[in-house]
Ligand binder design. Structure first.
Ligand SMILES: [Zn+2]
Ligand SMILES: [Zn+2]
Length: 332
């Protein structure tokens, strides 16, 4: 069987259509016919080889919603026809301490959907069955894709760290990640503050669930306020002010892949027992809980749709920050 992919042959290159044979799914893998695929900032980082681990030709795309059309020998063929979502991770070893302990996203032999594998800007994509999450009844497949990378990335600090619903939570950045973080934190029961450099987004931030919206530049007025700050932006911030905005025992949780070191004074940590954490997406169990939580609370990515053959336009607009709030590329 021949499949279609959108691939770049060099760092920063345009995605061009190409064909290749479909690899036979391994024992515990299944093949999804791609229906929709979101465009995540990490696709740009991989396209540009910002992290030094890209291999070309590169097929990006790791926010897939697709239909199971083929399964490996160890997978129940009864799942053929199901709608599944696939994110950054497409496989883990399933027998190490992390996998067995329910934190398979920390497995040392993790397979990422677009690292050494072919991603979702394609007619078909292959993944291990554990990481291809069934879409629950009531979830709109046309907009669900961004939940499987962007969504789980910001749901993880709430569910995996057992954040209290009485917590005061701030979200820095109201973009592809932040607009979902606001929805999750609000539905979790928290008092939610959006921190942004762009106050023209204030009304939309309130629409996503923010009780308060503040300019990032006025952080010094919010000293000692937050139990959790989820930082979704990937550039340097006034770290002393960010730390200062944390309540005693408050935590800065880093999601945005800022490449410069985070400069923090020891006393910002010591005096009020504050901490800094981070996390890479989450486990299949948390993904399953996330999709149920989304249906229960009507949480949805806000997306702009483009047909798959306009993927280069979507990439160009994401580079300019011109998207509200996530692109989803649709197969014809
Ligand atoms: Zn493992
Ligand atoms: Zn992503």
């Amino acid at each position: 069987m021949t499949i279609t992919v959108w691939q770049a042959t060099e760092a920063g290159g345009r995605l061009e259509p190409s064909t290749r044979p479909l690899l036979e799914p391994a024992q515990d893998e299944l093949v999804l016919e791609v229906l929709h695929c979101g465009l995540c900032h990490s696709d740009l980082s991989m396209l540009d080889n910002d992290w030094g681990m890209s291999a070309y030709p590169l097929v990006p795309g790791h926010e897939v919603v697709g239909r199971v059309v083929q399964v490996g020998a160890g997978v129940d063929p009864g799942v053929i026809g199901e709608l599944r979502g696939l994110g950054w991770i497409s496989g883990s070893c399933s027998h190490c301490g992390q996998c067995l302990g329910g934190t398979g996203n920390l497995c040392s032999s993790l397979e990422a959907t677009i690292v050494g594998r072919q991603g979702g800007f394609a007619s078909h994509v292959t993944a291990r069955q554990d990481w291809a999450i069934p879409l629950p009844q009531g979830m709109d497949p046309a907009v669900a894709g961004p939940l499987f990378c962007g969504g789980i990335t910001v749901f993880a600090p709430l569910i995996d760290e057992a954040v209290s619903p009485t917590a005061r939570v701030a979200v820095i950045g109201i973009g592809g990640l932040g607009h979902l973080a606001l929805q999750f934190a609000r539905a979790w029961g928290c008092e939610v503050t959006a921190l942004t450099t762009n106050l023209t987004k204030a009304e939309e931030a309130r629409g996503f669930g923010a009780h308060h919206v503040h300019a990032l530049g006025s952080l010094s007025d919010l000293a000692g306020r937050f139990d959790l700050v989820i930082n979704t932006v990937n550039h340097a911030l006034p770290w002393a002010e960010v730390m200062g905005s944390l309540a005693p025992r408050g935590r800065l949780h880093q999601i945005g892949a800022v490449l410069e070191p985070i400069q923090v004074g020891a006393f910002d940590l010591i005096a009020a027992r504050r901490s800094i954490t981070g996390s890479p997406t989450s486990s299949p169990a948390s993904l399953l809980k996330m999709v149920d939580f989304c249906v229960r609370h009507q949480i949805q990515p806000a997306v702009e749709h483009l047909p798959m053959d306009q993927v280069n336009e979507a990439i160009a607009r994401l580079r300019r920050g011109d998207v509200r709030y996530r692109f989803v590329l649709d197969q014809a």
